[in-house]
Design a protein around this ligand. Structure first.
Ligand SMILES: Nc1nc2c(ncn2[C@@H]2O[C@H](COP(=O)(O)OP(=O)(O)O)[C@@H](O)[C@H]2O)c(=O)[nH]1
Ligand SMILES: [Mg+2]
Ligand SMILES: [Zn+2]
Length: 377
C-alpha cells in the first residue's frame, strides 16, 4: 500500500538575511550616473514578488491512496474547460460537454480548494445523467501557470504549451519588470514564453518607450536574450497574423497585466470569441466569477487559447531569492567571476554582474527587475 502524502507549507530558512537587512536602492548599487534609467515607478507588485513559502509533499505512514480508488470502467477522460470554484465544465474525449461537480476526496487532496480543479486539467469523470458528471480524479499537472496568493500556490491554468506574455507599449505604459516576472512564471511552469508588445499604434517610430529605449530597442533586448517577440496592435491588426501562426495547433495561455489588450488580441485573432474587453467591463466584473476565471477557448484553425482575466498582481510562486538569478540568462556568463561565491549581485564588492551592468553588457532594465525581485520584504 502506498504511503499517504501530506502537503504542507513551510517557511524557508532566512539564510540570505543580508539581502533584506540594508535596504539599498538600485541607485546605490551601481556607480554611474545613468542609473537613473531605472524605471521603478511600477507599483503593481513591487513587494513579495518571490515567495518564502512553498508546498512540500511529505510521506506519512498510512495506506490511503485515494487516487487509485477510482473505478475506471465507469469513467471517461476529459479536459476542464473552466472551473469556477468547484463548478466545472469538462469536454470529454468523445466531444461532449459536461457540467461537473467535484468528488470530495479530490478537494481533500488539493492544497487549496480553489485549485482542486483548474482550467486545462486532464480529469476522469463519471457521467451521471444528461450532460452532468462528477470529477473523480485530476491527473498530475504538467505545465502550469501559477502565482502565489496568501502563501499558497494558486494555479491559474494547467497543461498549456506556451504563454503569450502581453505587455502594452502605452496605456498602461510598458513595465518591463512585469514582463520579466511573467517570463519567470512561465519558465518556472515549463511553459514556453512568447512576448507580445501590444498597442504599437499608440507610439511613433522614434519615441522612447522605457527610459532611453525605443520600441525597437526593447524588442531587440528580449530577442537577443532568446525570446520570441511579436509586435502587435489589436486596433490596427498589425502583427495579428504572426500571432495567429504561433497559436495554430498549440495550447496557449494569454497572460499579462489587466488592460494590456489580451482579450482584444484574442478577438482580433478570432472574432467569434466575443470576449469582454476594456477596463470598465473588467472592473464591473469584479466579485463575479465569470470574468475572473480562465477558460479554454477552441480556435477554428486548431489549438486552444486561455484568456486570463483580472491578474492585478503576480507574486511568483515557489521562486526563492537564490533561484532568481537563474532566470536571468544573461547573468550566467558573469556569475562565476563574482568574488563571493554566494554573491547576490546587489551590495557586494567585486561583483562581475554589476560590473557587466556598468559596462553595458547587461541591460539596466533587466538588472533593475532582478533587484526588485530580490526585494522580498
Ligand atoms: N490603441 C489600442 N488600444 C487597445 C489595443 N488593444 C486593446 N486596446 C484597448 O485597451 C483596453 C483594454 O483591452 P482588453 O483587451 O480588455 O485588455 P485585457 O485586460 O488585457 O484583456 C480596451 O479599451 C481596448 O480597446 C491596441 O492594440 N491599441
Ligand atoms: Mg481581458
Ligand atoms: Zn555578483
Amino acid at each position: 500500500m502506498g504511503k499517504k502524502k501530506r502537503k504542507q507549507r513551510v517557511a524557508f530558512r532566512k539564510h540570505h538575511t543580508r539581502r533584506t537587512r540594508d535596504r539599498l536602492s538600485h541607485r546605490d548599487m551601481l556607480d554611474d550616473e545613468s542609473a537613473e534609467d531605472f524605471q521603478t515607478s511600477e507599483r503593481v507588485s513591487g513587494k513579495g514578488s518571490v515567495t518564502r513559502y512553498r508546498t512540500v509533499v511529505t510521506e506519512e505512514g498510512g495506506d490511503e491512496d485515494a487516487l487509485r480508488n477510482v473505478d475506471d470502467s465507469v469513467c471517461i477522460r476529459g479536459r476542464v474547460l473552466s472551473a469556477i470554484g468547484l463548478h466545472c465544465f469538462v469536454r470529454s474525449d468523445d466531444g461532449l460537454k459536461y457540467e461537473c461537480t467535484v468528488r470530495n476526496i479530490v478537494k481533500k487532496l488539493a492544497t487549496d480548494e480553489r485549485t482542486a480543479v483548474v482550467a486545462g486539467d486532464q480529469v476522469l469523470i463519471q457521467p451521471l445523467q444528461e450532460e452532468k458528471a462528477v470529477i473523480e480524479r485530476v491527473e498530475p499537472r504538467e505545465r502550469v501557470i501559477s502565482r502565489g496568493s496568501k502563501r499558497r500556490e494558486h494555479v491559474i491554468v494547467s497543461n498549456v504549451d506556451q504563454a503569450v506574455i502581453v505587455a502594452s507599449t502605452g496605456d498602461p505604459p510598458l513595465k518591463t519588470n512585469l514582463v520579466d516576472r511573467f517570463l519567470i512564471s512561465a519558465e518556472k511552469g515549463n511553459v514556453q514564453p512568447i512576448i507580445c508588445l501590444n498597442k504599437v499604434d499608440l507610439i511613433t517610430g522614434g519615441d522612447n518607450l522605457v527610459g532611453e529605449l525605443s520600441l525597437g530597442k526593447v524588442a531587440g533586448l528580449y530577442s537577443q536574450l532568446g525570446y520570441d517577440v511579436v509586435l502587435t496592435s489589436a486596433a490596427t491588426g498589425r502583427g495579428i497574423e504572426e500571432l495567429r501562426q504561433r497559436l495554430a495547433g498549440k495550447q496557449t495561455v494569454f497572460t499579462g497585466q489587466s488592460g494590456v489588450g489580451k482579450s482584444s488580441l484574442l478577438n482580433a485573432i478570432q472574432p467569434g470569441l466575443e470576449l469582454d474587453t476594456g477596463e470598465v467591463s473588467e472592473e464591473s466584473g469584479k466579485g463575479t466569477h465569470t470574468t475572473r476565471t480562465a477558460s479554454l477557448l477552441e480556435l477554428d484553425f486548431g489549438g486552444w487559447v486561455v484568456d486570463t482575466p483580472g491578474i492585478r498582481q503576480l507574486e511568483l510562486w515557489d521562486v526563492i531569492p537564490e533561484e532568481v538569478e537563474g532566470y536571468f540568462v544573461e547573468f550566467r556568463p558573469f556569475v562565476t567571476f563574482c568574488h563571493f561565491t554566494n554573491c547576490s549581485h546587489t551590495h557586494e564588492d567585486k561583483c562581475a554582474v554589476k560590473a557587466a551592468v556598468n559596462l553595458g553588457q547587461i541591460s539596466r532594465l533587466r538588472y533593475g527587475s532582478y533587484v526588485r525581485l530580490l526585494d522580498v520584504e
